[in-house]
Design a protein around this ligand. Sequence first.
Ligand code: CP
Length: 311
Amino acid sequence: MKQLSVENLLGIKYLNKTDLELIFETASHFKEVINRPIKKVPSLRDITIANLFFENSTRTKLSFELAEKRLSADVINFSAGQSSVKKGETLIDTVNNILAMKVDIVVMRHASVGAGIFLSRHVDAKIINAGDGTHEHPTQALLDSFSMREALNSNLKGKKIVIVGDVLHSRVALSNIFALQLQGAEVKVCGPTTLIPRYISSLGVQVETDLKKALAWCDVANVLRVQHERMDIKYFPSTREYTQLFGINREILDSLHKDIVIMHPGPINRGVELTSDVADSKQAIILNQVENGVAVRMAVIYLLAQQIKRA
Ligand code: CP
């Protein structure tokens, strides 16, 4: 049986092209399963998974939980807001207490960059990074690539992808860049220069500050949320100005005279990054991304669980 080259999913940076193809192939199988009348398989009946969310989430948390339940794993959920973290317990103590309950896999979202990497060095369980600060969000990038391939009916070699918006604060952007480049896609970013990290060109990514030029160039626009909660200073004069320069509306899409695919990881600031008529249009595959997220997360969990040796 084919295996992943990694023992944990800490970031796309640690995967190779063969890993991505294995995840996509496995996710295609699970997508077929979750569209059957009986959407569940018994594959992980002997596996226990803890979902530890130290930061807010709607899509990722529910998607992981559903993926785990579709695989018949036992699932426990933890949200920092209602936990003893509030009483000063450390991350390692929290996780070791949870692991004492015989947990095999930990899915963790945390505000600190590298939290998953840190944990993987200190605890004896498989770690899946569900988003660490502004660093990586690997399962989002995997479901984004899976959804692009489905929408374009093709692999992504030579495809042109633009990532629009708040790249600076985005873990989705970095994971997408790594995943897209592994598949041979060309990647540009487009946004206010204050929201484009200086290191971006060292990753082989071009910068375009003119939204219309960026959209005219691309096959797919993956549009990011403006992350006000991570901004301690003003990065642009006003939301109105941001929307005028970097918001995607029907008029700009019609002016391209070609159909590009519009994506957004959610949650959307409607009327800021995308107007509602664009977000709800046939060009937008935002809800397909959410559907594919379950299949992709089933694939990741299933493949990592295959490495767990039973006595
Ligand atoms: N896309 C994403 O990570 O959404 P949530 O923050 O709701 O999980």
